[in-house]
Design a protein around this ligand. Structure first.
Ligand SMILES: *[C@@H]1O[C@H](CO)[C@@H](O)[C@H](O)[C@H]1NC(C)=O
Ligand SMILES: *[C@@H]1O[C@H](CO)[C@@H](O)[C@H](O)[C@H]1NC(C)=O
Length: 159
């Protein structure tokens, strides 16, 4: 390869790497995680998540007043019913970062009574990543060198 080809090859490689970089998505953007259904439209979080392409390696962040809200991961069935009584995970810090590690559908609701049922404080994160070899190795490296922080620190009594 000549110098020009090498440079072009390197640039193409760099672009590829950047396009597969991990994103951090703040749920609701500037509004954050709030019972704003009526004010911003009942489908606010649905619209927010459906217009984003989540992939493995990304993270979602819930920011809210911990005295007023929480984040409860539930099954699809309990998401539809706004039933927070058998959570998969509960987050209560007010600044909860949740890494996306697998493809699939992840359902989060606010467990404070009425917030999900009446204000649609619920979000569904759909992850459909076409994993390329680059992403796969990046994910593997990230998860082995950097164990995910325990998201359930709020329910951990001691450490
Ligand atoms: C909520 O879910 C739990 C476990 O799935 C179930 O036992 C309970 O009956 C549900 N409550 C309502 C109101 O649907
Ligand atoms: C939430 O945490 C991140 C890093 O963990 C930090 O950069 C950010 O400022 C925090 N936000 C708030 C509102 O505390």
């Amino acid at each position: 390869m000549g110098v020009v080809e090498r440079v072009l090859f390197f640039m193409a490689f760099a672009v590829l790497c950047v396009s597969s970089m991990a994103e951090v998505y703040k749920v609701g953007d500037d509004i954050g995680w709030d019972a704003i259904g009526v004010e911003f439209g009942m489908e606010f979080y649905k619209d927010w998540s459906s217009s984003r392409a989540f992939k493995i390696g990304d993270s979602i962040v819930f920011e809210y007043e911990p005295q007023l809200h929480n984040v409860v991961q539930v099954t699809h069935e309990n998401y539809k019913k706004c039933n927070a009584s058998s959570p998969i995970k509960i987050f209560t810090s007010g600044n909860d970062t949740i890494p996306i590690k697998t493809n699939g559908h992840f359902y989060y609701i606010c467990g404070v009574p009425t917030h999900c049922e009446m204000y649609e404080q619920k979000v569904d994160i759909r992850v459909v990543t076409r994993v390329t070899p680059t992403q796969l190795s990046a994910t593997t490296v990230a998860s082995s060198s950097n164990p995910a922080p325990s998201p359930s620190s709020a329910v951990t009594i001691s450490n």
